[in-house]
Design a binder for this molecule. Structure first.
Ligand SMILES: Nc1ncnc2c1ncn2[C@@H]1O[C@H](COP(=O)(O)OP(=O)(O)OP(=O)(O)O)[C@@H](O)[C@H]1O
Length: 387
């Protein structure tokens, strides 16, 4: 969809910003460009919408050599999100969002309707925020308007230059996840610049790790973390790349442990007997439809003295995550609730629990799977608990 063929850029003062760049972003793919300051990321991106012209080489968008496309027309096909957002201060949020459709000659009501739809999509109620001016928004809300505006004309390609850089870390984390959810629906071809390897790993389907003006490695996040192509990449991703892998390794059903379960409406005495027999200290408590309710300790059931139901003694479950969530989220839930395990749900149904030992095992499997280019459940593995 976006293809670089031997692209170089030498600025008039002789600075070589990029040197012989060749890579491709597939349709619907999100590629992150990551590297230290001054390595040529922004230059790369700005050549795609012809804000900067390459010195040599070709760039194709949708199979078309863009050097022959009128830059203004080209830019209307390419959404552009930048750190400083660049909203017009004297226009309302709704009109800012409708800028590109208006430029494309859409009738005003249709452009505004589309803008309202987009604001809704990025989590801003158009009734509340549409009439406001940019100065009346928080940094995070402005950033969302920037994304809505870039998507308003439904461009196939999106360029994002440090899109979440200007907000606090908590908002940044939320915007990243919101954008990933949005991308799962809109499936744009996205080129995103960041200097933060963690962001690159979290957001990218593939990552281009830049050295000075050149790509040192162009690969999946798992491969960049697992098998860095050069010592430079290894140093750039950092010694804590095992930790970063927590963000990109998703919980699979095979990672889970199946603890004893008890039903909410079951007599406490029966459940207590079962736990005793199994030598278990606790059970997960499920509702009638297999949905997660909470947990109950063997002690609490014993103290019921043979009276009442499991539900009378059960405690609500605070620490839970959905199947498919990153391991990091499970780990963070464990820490936040000071829990020795987290429940994992598949839709509304309980799927199993993740313990620290299982989390470690999933991480080890993911490292081995990437190193050998195989699926995680094909990895032969001796766990500490088997020893
Ligand atoms: N107009 C220009 N004239 C001369 N040199 C330039 C110009 N614009 C950028 N450069 C140089 O080109 C190199 C690449 O710059 P670029 O902005 O692409 O890097 P970057 O990786 O995006 O950096 P950052 O993360 O700091 O934004 C740098 O050495 C920069 O100083």
């Amino acid at each position: 969809m976006i293809r670089f063929e031997q692209v170089s850029k030498v600025y008039p003062d002789g600075t070589t910003a990029v040197d012989g760049l060749s890579f491709e972003v597939r349709e619907g793919e999100l590629v992150t460009l990551v590297g230290p300051s001054g390595c040529g990321k922004t230059t790369t991106m700005m050549m795609v919408n012809r804000l900067i012209e390459p010195t040599s080489g070709r760039i194709l968008v949708g199979g078309e050599d863009i050097s022959g496309v009128d830059p203004v027309k080209l830019r209307r096909r390419i959404g552009y999100v930048i750190q400083q957002v660049g909203l017009f201060p004297h226009r309302t949020v709704l009109d800012n969002t409708a800028t590109v459709p208006a430029l494309l000659g859409w009738k005003k009501p249709r452009a505004r309707e589309r803008a309202a739809e987009l604001l809704d999509l990025v989590g801003l109620d158009p009734q509340v925020y549409g009439p406001r001016h940019p100065a009346q928004l928080s940094g995070g809300q402005r950033q969302r308007v920037g994304v809505a505006r870039a998507l308003a004309a439904d461009p196939p390609v999106l360029l994002m230059d440090e899109p979440f850089g200007a907000v606090d870390p908590v908002t940044r984390e939320r915007l990243r996840h919101e954008f990933l959810n949005l991308q799962a629906t809109v499936r744009k071809t996205v080129l995103m610049v960041t200097h933060d390897i963690e962001e690159a790993v979290l957001m990218g389907d593939r990552i281009a790790v830049y050295g000075q003006g050149r790509i040192e490695q162009f690969d999946s996040p798992g491969a960049v973390l697992g098998t860095p192509a050069t010592p430079y990449v290894a140093e750039f991703v950092g010694a804590d790349r095992g930790l970063k892998r927590l963000s990109v390794t998703r919980i699979e059903p095979a990672d889970l442990e199946q603890p004893p379960v008890a039903r909410l409406d079951e007599p406490a005495a029966g459940a207590a007997g079962r736990l005793r027999e199994a030598g278990a200290n606790w059970a997960v408590v499920l509702g009638g439809g297999g949905e997660l309710h909470g947990w109950v300790s063997a002690d609490a059931l014993e103290h019921a003295g043979g009276r009442g139901t499991v539900g009378d003694r059960a405690r609500r479950m605070e620490a839970w995550v959905p199947v498919g969530a990153p391991l990091k989220q499970a780990f963070s839930e464990m820490l936040q609730h000071d829990a020795g395990w987290v429940a994992v749900v598949d839709g509304s149904r309980f799927a199993g629990v993740l313990t620290p030992a299982k989390l470690h095992e999933a991480l080890r499997r993911s490292v081995d799977a990437d190193a050998h280019g195989i699926a995680r459940d094909e990895v032969e593995f001796d766990s500490v608990s088997d020893a």
